[in-house]
Design a protein around this ligand. Structure first.
Ligand code: ASP
Length: 326
């Protein structure tokens, strides 16, 4: 009897340790994609971006490492980037045609596919926190404008004047666009996103943005559209996108990638490349995605010159990059 009990204790211990090895944690983030050219970025700016990305990804990873959940991890990474003036989210976001900041954000959990999103808000200091409140404390998935702001106030999130978000860099950028009467909505890189996998196997994806520079007021992009800019499903993926939002909505990018990988039984990387390097290119949409597969595999795909990105993989290795390879 005793030997049997010992053997069963040993087998329990063995399965617990193999379970631990089979429950990887990982996090991947982006800070936007676009025409980011080596010649346009100074060495000091490059260092600043790498440092900001690594700080954000480490904030998220620390939570996962301590046994925390993927939702808290992505929130930690995204709020760090919303608070940084380097990125097109929160403080430092791009300006619309009227010179105001209008923010969009969303979050989705792969465990139960619950989600929350907000769009076109002008006073919520950290939009991703409002998206999370919509997910947890409302019967809705998607709220916009004044109603979303009233809801955020009721949830006691910090509100600020719109001028809080506006930086001189973005004002100059808008002036340049107006001066050249450019029809295109470029210079927008800097949307932020994060995808994390926790030790319970739960994936969460989240994205936050100021949208496109010089956009019409009232324009809403892909970021708060669940299935376009953000999607998570523990069976297949977590995806956060960045790029020319109109195209990402039309190609249902994040859901499309997750579905291809699950239904065609192909790797998440292959599915991401199908959508980002083929479908989007055919439509004419530039940008990219970061994602995680349920096994912790990090996926990155972009068809633009660069994409700010960083990740800490399942082996604990830390990476950050801006251009194709560095
Ligand atoms: N996707 C965002 C939007 O269209 C912008 C970006 O990611 O650069 O609003």
């Amino acid at each position: 009897m005793r030997i049997a009990a010992l053997l069963s204790a040993l087998s329990l211990a063995f399965s617990a340790s193999s379970f631990a090895a089979e429950t990887p944690i990982a996090i991947v983030i982006h800070g936007g994609a676009g025409t980011i050219l080596k010649k346009d970025i100074t060495p000091a700016q490059r260092i600043a971006y790498h440092a900001a990305l690594r700080k954000a990804v480490k904030r998220g990873h620390q939570i996962l490492d301590a046994g925390g959940n993927s939702e808290d991890a992505v929130i930690a990474a995204i709020t760090a980037m919303e608070d940084s003036p380097l990125f097109n989210a929160g403080h430092g976001a791009v300006l619309n045609h009227r010179g105001e900041v209008e923010l969009d954000a969303s979050i989705m959990r792969g465990e139960d596919r619950n989600a929350g999103a907000i769009a076109g808000v002008k006073t919520i200091k950290n939009p991703i926190l409002a998206a999370r409140e919509v997910m947890h404390h409302s019967p809705h998935v998607f709220m916009a404008g004044e109603g979303a702001e009233t809801f955020a106030a009721e949830r006691q999130l910090p509100l600020v004047d719109n001028t809080f978000f506006i930086t001189q860099r973005r004002q100059l950028q808008l002036q340049r666009i107006h001066a050249h009467e450019r029809k295109t909505l470029d210079d927008r890189a800097g949307t932020v996103g994060a995808v994390a996998l926790d030790k319970h196997g739960n994936i969460t994806a989240a994205t936050s943005t100021g949208g496109m520079s010089n956009k019409r007021y009232g324009r809403i992009g892909d970021v708060p559209v669940i299935g376009a800019g953000t999607y998570a499903d523990n069976r297949s993926c977590g995806i956060s996108a960045t790029g020319h939002g109109e195209y990402f909505i039309r190609a249902a990018v994040a859901f499309n990638i997750c579905s291809q990988s699950r239904l065609l039984n192909i790797s998440l990387q292959q599915a991401a490349d199908n959508v980002v390097l083929e479908e989007l290119v055919t439509l004419g949409g530039d940008g990219g995605i970061v994602g995680l597969a349920p096994n912790g595999e990090v996926v990155v795909s972009f068809n633009s010159a660069g994409m700010y990105r960083a990740w800490i993989d399942a082996s604990g290795n830390e990476h950050s990059a801006i251009f194709k390879n560095d």
